[in-house]
Design a protein around this ligand. Structure first.
Ligand code: NDP
Ligand code: HSE
Length: 437
């Protein structure tokens, strides 16, 4: 009756050590919730000295995760190594051996999720990944269970803590990009390869998973449009403020009558929206359901203990459902697998949104008229405009325009013509604008 659930912890880095700490420090409270103990049977890490330091003398430490995942005395394997290669082999080996799996590895699931979920279904084991999206925020459980009555209309989230930390520090303290990224790495927020964070890939992994969960369709990372924050300048952040907006890296997935949008890019959001005021490593995910309306989930998006909170919640869920009939389990991607739909995915050219456009132009009469004529020919209306006095006589001027919503393909054609004008001196900077009202 009081038989423990036996877990193996693979990878004792930032999240692994946090998970160990939460399981140990909150053991009594967890047992009160579950009815039996959760026992860390073995931890595996390449650096066994580091693992021993985290785990103390009582817990078995192994240098070989492959030995661990097939052991008879393990019920659940917790993969906290990261990456696609070893992690995938270990997860598939664990599933093959009939173990339930918990992972925080969004890269693995966004790219190989379909294969992993299919393997788990064949072996009747659970795969849980709350920590893979938005760190400690239980947004996956909310979509799978709390919002199960709804047709989800869209999900839009600040889902990369590193980028949000960088954008917040750049805006508030005027700190250079590289310095803030180094801080995020030191704090354990960034991925092993931080280009995954700053180029938007990590956020794209996460929004891909949320998209599958929200709309009941396969995990399709290759369909995501991905743009990171590396090309954002201080000028754009300042102009955005002047216009009443904040710039955030958003992951957006929206169901339209034509198909599903799946995109990550810097986005201007009205400063008065709650989500625009999410700062530092905090994440927030806005989910709109057709019955409930907009709902917002907020919390720490990265870091040792917040992420461990989500990992341990998954272990608790598995502990509760382990002995239950399979049909009582919530499907891994929220919908029954046989009901998954291949909904058309829209390319970025088909997306409808508004735009911020910044252009460096010759300071002479008629330039604005040339630009607005081209936009008008493409049926693109201007919603707002800023032009500051050039700093000195004869210097070029900056024009900043906000457009009304239009199709991206249309703005691309208009921008090609605008950039070809003699009076436009450089590539036009474009940031998508979402009202999220
Ligand atoms: P870390 O790099 O801090 O930890 C990974 C650990 O795995 C390291 O201790 C590493 O050892 C160990 N390791 C590497 N290869 C092996 C192997 N073959 N066998 C056993 N152990 C191995 O990463 P994080 O804890 O930051 O991230 C882990 C996972 O969690 C990733 O998928 C990440 O995307 C995800 N995640 C991370 C969050 C965060 O805030 N950091 C938040 C949400 C998800 P060594 O250092 O010796 O190589
Ligand atoms: N590197 C990720 C981030 C970790 O910064 O959000 C959490 O998934």
């Amino acid at each position: 009756m009081n038989t423990p659930l036996r877990v193996a912890l693979l990878g004792l880095g930032t999240v692994g050590s946090g998970t160990f700490t939460v399981l140990r420090n909150n053991a009594a409270e967890i047992e009160r919730r579950v009815g039996f103990p959760i026992e860390i049977k073995v931890v595996a890490d390449l650096d066994t000295a580091k693992a021993r330091q985290v785990a103390g003398p009582e817990v078995e430490v192994s240098a070989n995760a492959f030995d661990v995942v097939t052991r008879d005395d393990i019920d659940v394997v917790i993969e906290l190594i990261g990456g696609y290669t070893i992690a995938k082999q270990l997860v598939l080996a664990a599933i093959e051996a009939g173990k339930h799996v918990v992972t925080a590895n969004k890269a693995l699931l966004a790219v190989h999720g379909e294969e992993i979920f299919a393997a788990a279904a064949r072996k009747n084991v659970m795969v849980a990944f709350e920590a893979a999206v938005a760190g400690g925020i239980p947004v996956i459980k909310s979509i799978k269970e709390g919002l199960a009555a709804n047709q989800i209309e869209y999900v839009a989230g600040i889902i990369n803590g590193t980028c949000n930390f960088i954008l917040s520090e750049m805006r508030d303290k005027g700190l250079p990009f590289a310095d803030v990224l180094a801080q995020a790495q030191a704090l354990g927020y960034a991925e092993a390869d931080p280009t995954f964070d700053i180029e938007g890939i990590d956020a794209a992994h996460k929004i891909t998973l949320l998209s599958a969960l929200a709309f009941g369709m396969p995990v399709q990372f290759d369909k995501a449009y991905v743009e990171g924050i590396t090309k954002l300048t201080k000028d754009d952040i300042t102009f955005a403020e002047e216009l009443g907006y904040r710039v955030k890296l958003l992951g957006i997935t929206r169901r339209t009558s034509e198909g599903v949008e799946l995109r990550v890019h810097p986005t201007m959001i009205p400063a008065k929206r709650l989500i625009a005021n999410v700062e530092g490593v905090m994440n927030a995910v806005l989910v709109k359901g057709n019955a409930v309306g907009p709902t917002l989930y907020y919390g720490a998006g990265a870091g040792s203990l917040p992420t461990a909170s989500a990992v341990v919640a998954d272990i608790i869920e598995i502990a509760r459902m382990n002995a239950a009939p399979i049909e009582c389990r919530t499907p891994v991607l929220a919908f029954r697998s046989e009901a998954a739909q291949a909904i058309p995915m829209l390319s970025i050219d088909q997306v409808v949104t508004a735009y911020y456009l910044r252009m460096q132009v010759a300071d002479r009469p008629g330039v604005l008229a040339e630009v607005s004529t081209i936009l008008a020919k493409h049926s693109i209306s201007i919603a707002a405009m800023i032009q500051h006095q050039p700093s000195q006589e004869g210097a070029s001027a900056q024009i900043v325009l906000l457009t009304q919503r239009c199709v991206e393909g249309e703005i691309n054609q208009a921008l090609a013509k605008i950039e070809a004008l003699d009076s436009v001196l450089d590539k036009v900077v474009r940031i998508r604008v979402e009202d999220l009202s």
